[in-house]
Design a protein around this ligand. Structure first.
Ligand code: NAD
Length: 507
């Protein structure tokens, strides 16, 4: 059982050595159903003691797991994928209940996670090294990829199933063992998925879960047996994880926050652009690191785009996601987060931006205690203001009008982040200039959310990523393995020259 059931609310357990056990923590954080505001579980805020137990278990399991033939490790992933598919609906419901995503959003996110498992099923090919014979006289050379040992994943609230799945299927099939520290706000989906991983036949101790916040993370970052840390979360914490982890000698990949620019040229196909921009800005209630949060209409595009967008976003149905209805947008994750996003809207208003759609007025009568905010749009926003520079992480779209594509690209140079950027245009030439010159790591051309699928890395730039090897794709394999080069020479006895039987006597 992944939770201890008391009369009212359950407490999340740790997964250590294949067993569900209680944390030694004395403090707990509530997990809420954001649709209703109801507390649905408690997360123990674990510390060094929990972490040490998990690391010792993972280290012990590593010694046998790294010797398990790679094809057997892959077979566990094939079974895991089948179980994820069988339980797809239930996992999506759990994601929706603890996070507030609509069911279609929750399902899509679980599907993206399953794709990483599909990628990991190819590990025997992906882990292959290189070789070259006779690199010098009688000398052959080869490289092989070895696992690192105990790896750690620390994940954010916004994709309870998908972001953890970016990490551990790859780490584990490479022969590592893994400790996941999910977000204390949304731990339940990870617990549910862990049951499936064990059912798939993963040996005890290969995958472990601990819970907590800073104390727990610090214990992981400083544990001498931890070899690598994957992090996804906000930029200040991502920077801290990178600096602390690398100072402690760990390999670190650390993905941070974002402010993603969407440039709309006057020659864009306006109806499809409006619908893609709306989905990009307000999908998942704007709680996506690839959300289009800054729209930059160029020249005449603004006068057509903004009224259409305000009209269309204003019709979006906002409501609870936990009762079979299908709203266009669910709630924000917690009451605190809702308060923060509302305060940034207030700040935009006091900075003089023009609020053309105000989501603060929304009323959701069937769930009065949920954490709701309607789609919000600011127009005529000045570069350099909070709305332009700060990640809001809610359903708030900031529009900055410019006259030329050069001005739009220049705005990107001033942005401290560099995750995604998108252009909507029908000109290949303009798209090419944008693609080459925009200061961000993931580019979309007529695509609202250019989040790479499992086979490609998540290539954030600037303060959106700290490290060298990105999460997912082949870079994921490089991150979770180290290379060993072997150079071999077999001496040829002077009295017995090898006669090639094929060429013998032919020249
Ligand atoms: P967060 O940074 O608050 O938390 C992320 C993780 O760090 C959690 O597990 C949390 O427990 C831990 N943590 C929090 N404070 C800590 C501290 N002081 N020391 C050590 N660990 C700490 O992020 P969040 O609010 O859960 O998630 C939203 C953020 O994640 C947004 O900024 C979003 O852009 C970002 N994100 C980025 C990507 C990406 O790929 N770049 C993907 C998803 C989300």
């Amino acid at each position: 059982m992944a939770v201890t059931q008391s009369s009212t609310v359950s407490t999340c357990k740790l997964l250590i050595g294949g067993k569900w056990i209680d944390s030694k923590a004395s403090e707990h954080t509530p997990v809420t159903n954001p649709s209703t505001g109801e507390v649905i579980a408690m997360t123990p805020m674990g510390n060094k003691e929990d972490v040490d137990r998990a690391v010792q278990s993972a280290q012990k399991a590593f010694l046998a797991w790294k010797e398990t033939p790679v094809v057997e490790r892959a077979r566990v992933m094939f079974k895991f994928k089948a179980l994820l598919e069988e339980n797809y609906e239930a996992i999506a419901q759990c994601v929706s209940r603890e996070h507030g995503k609509t069911m279609p959003e929750a399902k899509a996110s679980v599907f993206r996670g399953i794709e990483v498992v599909e990628f990991a099923c190819g590990i025997p090919s992906l882990m292959m090294g290189e070789c070259l014979e006779n690199i010098a006289s009688n000398v052959d050379c080869e490289t092989m990829r070895h696992p690192l040992g105990v790896c750690v994943g620390i994940t954010p609230f916004n994709f309870p199933a998908m972001v953890p799945l970016w990490m551990y299927p790859i780490a584990i099939t490479c022969g590592n063992t893994f400790i996941l520290k999910p977000s204390e706000k949304v731990p339940l989906s990870s617990l549910m998925i862990a049951e499936l991983l064990m059912k798939a036949g993963l040996p005890e101790g290969v995958f472990n879960i601990v819970h907590g916040g800073k104390d727990c993370v610090d214990a992981l970052l400083s544990h001498p047996l931890v070899k690598a840390v994957s992090f996804v979360g906000s930029t200040p914490i991502a920077r801290y994880i990178y600096q602390t982890g690398t100072a402690n000698g760990k390999r670190v990949q650390s993905a941070g926050g974002a402010k993603n620019h969407i440039i709309i040229m006057p020659d864009a196909d306006m109806p499809s652009t409006v619908s893609a921009l709306q989905a990009s800005a307000f999908g998942c209630a704007g709680e996506r690191c690839m959300a289009g949060s800054l729209a930059i209409p160029v020249g005449a595009a603004a006068d057509e785009l903004i009224p259409r967008l305000v009209e269309s976003a204003g019709r979006m149905k906002v409501g609870p996601t936990d009762r079979g209805s299908s709203p266009d947008m669910g709630p924000l994750v917690t009451a605190d987060h809702l308060k923060r996003v509302k305060s940034l809207i207030d700040r935009g208003v006091s900075d003089g931006a023009s609020l053309v759609l105000d989501g603060r007025k929304i009323e959701v009568k069937e769930a009065p205690n949920g954490f709701y905010l309607g789609p919000t749009i600011f127009d005529q926003v000045k570069p350099g203001t909070t709305l332009v520079n700060e990640e809001i992480f809610g359903p708030v779209l900031t529009c900055v009008r410019v006259n030329t594509i050069e001005e739009a690209i220049a705005l990107g140079q001033d942005c401290p982040y560099g995750n995604g950027a998108v252009i909507f245009t029908s000109s290949g030439r303009t798209a090419r200039e944008f693609k080459r010159h925009f200061n961000a790591g993931m580019i979309g051309v007529n695509v609202g959310v250019p989040a790479p699928m499992a086979w490609f890395p998540f290539t954030g730039w600037n303060n959106s990523f700290f490290g060298d090897m990105h999460i997912q794709g082949r870079e994921g394999i490089l991150f979770y393995t180290q290379q060993k080069m072997t150079m071999t020479r077999w001496f040829e006895p002077a009295n017995r020259k090898f006669q090639d039987p094929i060429w013998k006597g032919k020249n």
